[in-house]
Design a protein around this ligand. Structure first.
Ligand code: 0PR
Length: 376
């Protein structure tokens, strides 16, 4: 740090200049986050200095957090859930598996996850001293139940299913996993970090949430399709018992026990999530998901018109296109200021996420550029 103070204006000038180097959401197809809803920003500002790590000092926001947990539980088929607002999908996944491991009374063992699982599960293996066993996918890129069954043994502390895979937006056969979990008495965690705010608003009977007996915990991220501010993650347990397996004593704080991973944690994201959920209601989220799905169909149709097929028929607003020389095509698109990503081998696809910041106009411009690149 320098000795001399800088005026507020000077510091803000530096920050504004720096901020202008960041890219703009309008051209992002690669992100599962989006611009927060304006009411989320207002709520975030209002609760900026609150700390949920010491909830007795901030009973107002602590109450809001529990109301958010309750609303999320209602959305996912069980109003009596226990849980908290975390920093995102990674923390929620870590904590769900940690709870499962502790509940099983173990310090090691294994978890069985789909090969399509988010990389947070590799971190979990390392952090929690668990072997991460990856089950094969079927031709629709859902986890293969036979493969899962063959990997489960007496040391398995949790099974994981994904409701909205990061790369393809696919939904695993959660009912099949739940049957297996119940038969073997194993915790089933569903990672719906992305899909949690999408699936309840899609047509069809998905049967993936707490309505399925055997689902023990769910990750659902308000900072993805929930339009909240970063960092807002959601971790829900079917009952309080499992959440208790995360608790430590906190001696000198206003509350004697704490289940969250981080100690000091902002109440801003919980307040922002509360604000969006109350302000939009189910009807507002329905409208947003309709908008994203409409864009998804528009993009898929447009891609087909130029001879490009998706790997799977999009289930949610994630499209993975089969293009030749994916890495080169992606590079050319990036040169034209389109931010796109790729899925991993063996299904190397151009991965596009249609969030609320995307527009039909930009999808059309993107398709025009993609066609030009493929023809050149
Ligand atoms: N589970 C699933 C199914 C996810 O898709 C993700 C993140 C996580 C867990 C982890 O969530 P956090 O990143 O909140 O800890 N999926 C996106 C991804 O890895 C996250 C992302 C968001 C990536 C914005 C890029 C980006 O610009 O692709």
């Amino acid at each position: 740090m320098r000795d001399k103070a800088l005026s507020e204006d000077e510091v803000m000038r530096i920050l504004e200049e720096t901020r202008s180097r960041d890219f703009c959401y309008d051209r992002f197809f690669s992100t599962m986050c989006t611009r927060p809803h304006p009411i989320a920003i207002r709520a975030h500002d209002l609760f900026l200095e609150t700390n949920l790590g010491d909830p007795g000092l901030f009973p107002g926001v602590a109450d809001l957090e529990q109301q958010v947990v309750h609303m999320l539980g209602e959305l996912l088929g069980c109003a009596n859930v226990a849980g908290y607002i975390s920093t995102g999908g990674t923390e929620s996944n870590i904590q769900a598996i940690r709870a499962a491991r502790n509940e099983a009374g173990r310090k090691n063992g294994n978890i069985v996850v789909p090969a399509s699982a988010h990389f947070s599960f590799d971190k979990i293996g390392d952090l929690l001293c668990l072997e991460v066993r990856k089950a094969d996918l079927d031709e629709n890129l859902k986890v293969d139940l036979g493969s899962v069954e063959s990997l489960v043994d007496g040391n398995t502390v949790a099974l994981v299913g994904i409701a909205g895979t990061t790369e393809f937006g696919q939904v695993d056969p959660i009912e099949g996993l739940a049957r297996l979990a119940l038969e073997r008495g194993i915790h089933l965690h569903v990672d719906a970090a992305f899909g949690g705010f999408v699936l309840p608003f899609l047509e069809g009977d998905w049967r993936w949430d707490f309505q399925v007996k055997g689902v023990s915990s769910i990750t659902i991220d308000p900072h993805k399709m929930g339009m909240s501010t970063i960092p807002a993650g959601g971790l829900l347990f079917r009952g309080q018992d499992c959440m208790n397996a995360l608790e430590t004593e906190t001696h000198y704080l206003t509350k004697a026990r704490q289940a969250s991973l981080t100690g000091t944690r902002s109440g801003a994201a919980a307040a922002a999530t509360y604000a969006v959920m109350r302000h939009l209601g189910r009807e507002g989220f329905q409208e947003m998901v309709n908008y994203c799905m409409d864009l998804t169909r528009h993009l898929t149709l447009g891609a087909r018109k130029i001879g490009i097929e998706p790997f799977i028929e999009p289930v949610m607003n994630v499209v993975a296109l089969k293009v030749p020389s994916t890495a080169e095509v992606r590079e050319e698109l990036m040169k034209r200021d389109w931010h796109v990503s790729m899925t991993r081998e063996p299904n190397r696809a151009l991965r596009l996420i249609l969030m609320t910041h995307m527009t039909r106009e930009n999808v059309n411009l993107f398709l025009k550029d993609l066609e030009e690149i493929l023809r050149s």
